[in-house]
Design a binder for this molecule. Structure first.
Ligand SMILES: Cc1ncc(COP(=O)(O)O)c(C=O)c1O
Length: 386
């Protein structure tokens, strides 16, 4: 049975063929340790790493590739950015009411362990946060603002340009969680006044799992969260100061990074604006059909407001895990049910008890898949609640 994969917000699937070929080539043809020797194979691995770093820097308008830090995933990148940020007891961080646990848990850790004050700004269901609302929360102690670019629960897109301009005016560092938007919405760190950008390689950039990155502007100095071998300055006891080595202790994921490079090529070939348009068209189509099913409740932005390709919904009076299981086992549809690692966002939209189903689409999903899935939802609804 062929699977309809509607869990793109968790990890994109399938990957372009060029991605698995690049991973295989890295393992089969030059599987040496990048930056840990001067022989030809190590140099080849290092050059693939360097080219990918440069490609990522260009994609997000960062002019120094050494400010791109390879990570295992977004969570690793966010932990480095948040826990490595220089803060003192009494300092203040502002974030939003839609954050994933990968932002919320490090923030809560800083709150309880380091005495940092944290404010979560409420956005409305369309992702709107006003400038005044943000300005009202800023105090002389506010050192960092952390905001998700797009919600993994509702697809709402948040006003990062406005937040960035306020941060710029007030001299506050701005960290963006682009887990759901890298490769889907154009991001220009310079224009948007973003000081740190955390993102995965394995979602919109179409790379393998085990990849992600943090871009840190030269003006921000972080403490590394890991210490160890960097392949450089081995005689020194302390962690070297040079980027990117100071933040990249241990052997890098060369096969994953080679695959990520191929994934980014595919994104660039398709064009980020075209990718967004395709995903938004699918989402609008699915929303219209889903909202017309009696007994189904859909959450998130108004139907005419552009959102990411993420739709949270419930069949009223049913258990979301049961519906997800029927879709998976009986119909061959992969989607996720529950809290999606974002209890804060569920509290905000009023679905913390029980959570929701979540369908999320990607560049390879089609209208035909959505039509089939809508018929399945109707059948399941009839079967479970009549
Ligand atoms: C908004 C958001 N932030 C962070 C993460 C964590 O990403 P990763 O699995 O790459 O660590 C996710 C994953 O779904 C997410 O959607």
């Amino acid at each position: 049975m062929s699977v309809i994969y509607f869990d793109q917000a968790a990890s994109s699937f399938p990957k372009p063929k060029a991605v698995s070929e690049a991973v295989a080539m890295a393992i089969d043809e030059y599987g040496a340790n990048p930056g840990r020797g001067g022989h030809q194979l190590a140099n080849k691995a290092a050059s693939v790493i360097f080219e990918t770093r440069a490609k990522i820097a260009k994609l997000f308008a960062e002019n120094d590739a050494n400010n791109v830090i390879f990570c295992q995933n977004t969570t690793h990148a966010l932990n480095q950015a948040i826990k490595g940020f220089p803060l003192q007891k009494g300092d203040h961080i502002i974030s939003t009411s839609y954050e994933h646990n990968s932002v919320r848990r490090p923030l809560e850790y800083l709150k309880t362990e380091k005495g940092i004050r944290v404010t979560y700004l409420q956005s409305d269901h369309n992702g709107y946060i006003s400038r005044e609302q943000l300005l009202n929360e800023i105090s002389p102690e506010t050192k960092l603002i952390v905001a998700s670019h797009g919600s993994n629960l509702t697809g709402a897109i948040f006003p990062v340009e406005m937040i960035g301009s306020v941060c710029h005016e007030k001299g506050i560092t701005f960290l963006v969680d682009a887990a759901q938007t890298a490769g889907v919405i154009p991001i220009d760190m310079e224009q948007m006044n973003i000081d740190m950008l955390a993102f995965p390689g394995h979602k919109g950039l179409l790379g393998p799992q085990g990849t992600g990155a943090l871009i840190v502007k030269k003006t921000v100095q972080l403490d590394p969260i890991f210490h160890g071998g960097t392949g450089s300055h081995s005689e020194e006891i302390e962690q070297p100061k040079q980027r990117p080595n100071c933040y990249e202790s241990g052997t890098l994921n060369t096969p994953g990074i080679a695959g990520l490079s191929a994934g980014i090529d595919e994104v660039l070939n398709k064009g980020i604006n075209n990718i967004f348009q395709h995903e938004w068209n699918l989402t609008k189509y699915a929303l219209e059909k889903l909202q017309n099913i009696d007994g189904v409740t859909v959450f998130g932005p108004d139907i005419n407001v552009e959102r990411l390709a993420v739709i949270p919904f419930v069949i009223n009076g049913t258990d979301v895990q049961e519906v997800a299981m029927i879709l998976d086992q009986h119909y061959g549809v992969a989607l996720r049910a529950g809290l999606h690692c974002s209890p804060l966002a569920h509290e905000t939209i009023g679905t913390i008890d029980g959570g929701t189903l979540r369908a999320s689409f990607g560049i390879y999903n089609t209208y035909e898949e959505i039509e089939k899935w809508i018929d399945m939802i109707k059948e399941i609804k009839e079967g479970l609640v009549g």
